[in-house]
Structures are given as structure tokens and as C-alpha cells.
Design a protein around this ligand. Sequence first.
Ligand code: FAM
Length: 435
Amino acid sequence: MEMLKQKFKAQADKLGEEIKAILKEHGDTVIGQTTLAQVYQGMRGMTALITETSLLDAQDGIRFRRHSIDELRDKLPKANGGSEPLPEGLFYLMLVGEIPTQEEVENLTSILQRRSHVPSYVFETMSALPKETHPMTMFVVGVMALQGESTFAKKYAEGMNKKEYWAATFEDTLDLIARLPHIAAYVYRRKYKQGKALQPDGLLDWAGNFAHMLGYDDDQFKELMRLYMVIHADHEGGNVSAHTTHLVGSALSDPYLSYAAGMNGLAGPLHGLANQEVIKWIFEMQEQLQTKEPTAEQIKEYVEKTLSEGKVVPGYGHAVLRKTDPRFTAQMDFGKKHMSDDPLVNTVWRIYETVPPILQSLGKVKNPWPNVDAHSGALLVHYGMVEYEYYTVLFAVSRALGVLSSLCWDRALSMPLERPKSVTTAAVKRWLNKE
Ligand code: FAM
């Protein structure tokens, strides 16, 4: 642990110096123009954030420290006998910018195991909620209940020197990532499996153990969880969950508070909740059409009906991407390898052939291609995880790897309080009248 921490600090100090030099020489360099439309329309394309962990290209999709998803599947260490990357390896990569060795990943796995204890009051707090509560709400309540454990909050209250912020954030990050699978698994077991929580298996990796605690001991499901936890981890800094975590963290709210805030954003249907919406939409289509495998023609009609009701086609479109999401393709590849005859998975692939031309024909959808959420549910259903309201919790556990490693970078680089300027429409009118 100390080695990883020191390595991170050394990298952060080096980058901090480089940033200082860049700003000294180029601090006044203009990097773009902002239009009024951008300000009114969700700040699309406006560069306003620094995020070190990953970068999204509109055509090629996400790269984590310059590595594509395909490269990660190839280069990151695997579990014994497995072929999907271990998410601990991606976390390491995002933190220090290097692909770790098998041994470094194994060390990280044992660090996380040692830190994974969740106090019983956290489970009791979640249990106090009615069973009908949405799993994301239960999950965030669990995280908030754990906030009293924050090293950052305790040390800040004791008068911590600002030079130590990064170290306290680092400690909280590891503790929180270690504990999240327990909180998430508890939500699932309580809501869907009569409250029968399962004991962790200390011999398993982070994602494998999460699968085990959820109640899925199939080796293929564990592989799916490793892949799932890798591909959902980070999508540069401007998406709602990453940006919210960063924004709240900029007020020096501790990592528990910041991450919980970000996850409330992930719970929105235009963001992380889209994965539950996708499978719900397909199940409803199957029910209405009375078939498990609708034809392309039937799908087309159903899509047109969805659009005519003023709804979006879930799992399609993206604020930045302009091609098929490589996270979708990686899941398709997993499906082809492990379940090529599954009717639901085949329906997802038929939807992929059918939807883009329809969205294209509307003339306003900037990206008619599928995103990560268009595929994930069908893979989970294949292994029996049909409770789609739960899916965003899986996304949230994975997203912790990205947003919390970014938060470590924020504190290590002494990122300031974020506080952009806002104006009223009356003020905009005054500007325009002056011109
Ligand atoms: N189905 C129907 N209409 C769509 C659409 C879709 N999948 N995607 C975009 N549009 C519409 C959009 O509603 C807007 O219409 P209006 O002008 O009438 O309001 C128009 O096309 C232009 O939108 P855009 O510029 O192409 O997209 P945005 O950048 O505004 O929004 C998304 C991006 C993701 C919110 C949007 O594509 C969407 O609602 N998709 C469906 C929900 C979804 O899959 N979200 C998950 C995103 C995912 F990557 C994640 O965060 N996990």
C-alpha cells in the first residue's frame, strides 16, 4: 500500500510541477470560444475541466491513460484461469498511469480485502428503509451511513495541513472501494433474496468476490463482473457522475460525500439508469409482441411507437460519442463467446441493426449508435440476474474506480473550488442589446 501511495505521490508531484510550468508560460492562452447556445444547451463541447484518468474521443470512444478497452482486455492482469481484465489493474492504471504487473494487482487485491469491513450500523441503516426503495437510493444511503468513517473528514476537523489532503483522500478512496461491493451486495440480497446476506470469500479478487456476495458463483458470471467493472469505470470528466463527484469534492467534501453525490447523478435515466430502462423497454416489447425474439420489422414498429410517445430509445445516443461505443462492442464480443444463441442477447443485436437508421432518419439525433447501456442488461439476465432496477448499482460500484482515482488527483494537484459564473436571461438580453 505504501508503495502505491508513494508512487502516486511521486507522479502527482511531477505532474504538478509540469502544470505550474505550463500555466506560467501559457496561462493566458485561449483554447476555445464559448457560444451562447453552449451555455443554454448543456455546455456540449465546451472544454472546462481537467481529468487525468481517461479521455473520450468522439470516434474511437474511451481511452484510459491512452489505452483502449481492447488493449486493456489484452494487457491488464487476469484472474487465475480467467481471460477478462481485473478491475484492480485498471484502478492502478488510472491512479499511477502504468499498467501494473500481476503481482502489483494481487497486492492491491489483498489491500482491498483487508480494508473491506463494513460496520453493522451501515447495514442496519439500509434495513430501516422500506423494501420498495430503489436500489440506488439504498446504496447511496449505505455510502452516506459510512461517511462517519472518513479519514479526510476526521483529519480536516483536527486541522489537517492542506499538503496532507491528497493522502487522506487516498486512504478514503481505498477504504470506500474496498467496502462498496459489500454495501451493493447487501442491497441486492435484502431486496431480492429475502435478506440472506452471503459471507465474502477472502480468496477471490474484488469483482469475483462481489459476484460471489451477490450469489452468483458461476465462473463466467465472475468474468462478466470483471469486464463490467472495467468498462463502466470512467468516461472522462464531464459526464454527470464524474463531474458531480469532482464538483462536490472541490468544496473539500470528503470522498464519501463526493462519491454519494455523483451516484445520485448516475441514478438519472439519461445517465446510469439507462441500463435498467433498456431491459425494461425490451421486456415490454417482448410482452406486447408476445414473442421472445421479435423480428427486425417488429422492432422497427416498436421503436417508432416509442418515439411517437415522446420517449427516447434507451441505450442509444451520446452527448460526446459519435460511433458505436466500444464498451458496447466489448460486451457483444463477450456475448458471442459465451452465449451466442441466447434469444435476449440476439434481440439486442437485432435492435443494433434496426435502431440506428431510424434515429438517423429523425435528422436531429447527433449519435444514432448504441452506448454501453444498450447491452449490459441482456448479459446479466443470461445468468439469472433479472432484477433490472438493480443494474445501476453495479454501474455505481464500477464508477467508483474512476471518480475516486480522479478525486485523488484533484487533491494531489490542489484543484481549487469550482465556481463558474452564471447569468440571467435578462443579463444576456442586455449584452445582446449593447452589440
Ligand atoms: N432516442 C430518441 N431521441 C433521441 C435519442 C434517443 N436515443 N438520443 C437523442 N435524441 C434526441 C434528443 O432527445 C434531442 O431531441 P430534442 O431536440 O427534441 O430534445 C435530439 O435528439 C438531440 O439530442 P443529442 O444532441 O443527440 O443528444 P444529447 O447530447 O442532448 O443527449 C443522451 C445525449 C444520451 C442524453 C441522449 O442521446 C438520450 O437521451 N439517450 C437515451 C438515454 C441513454 O441511453 N442514456 C445513456 C447515456 C450513457 F452513455 C450513459 O450515461 N450511461
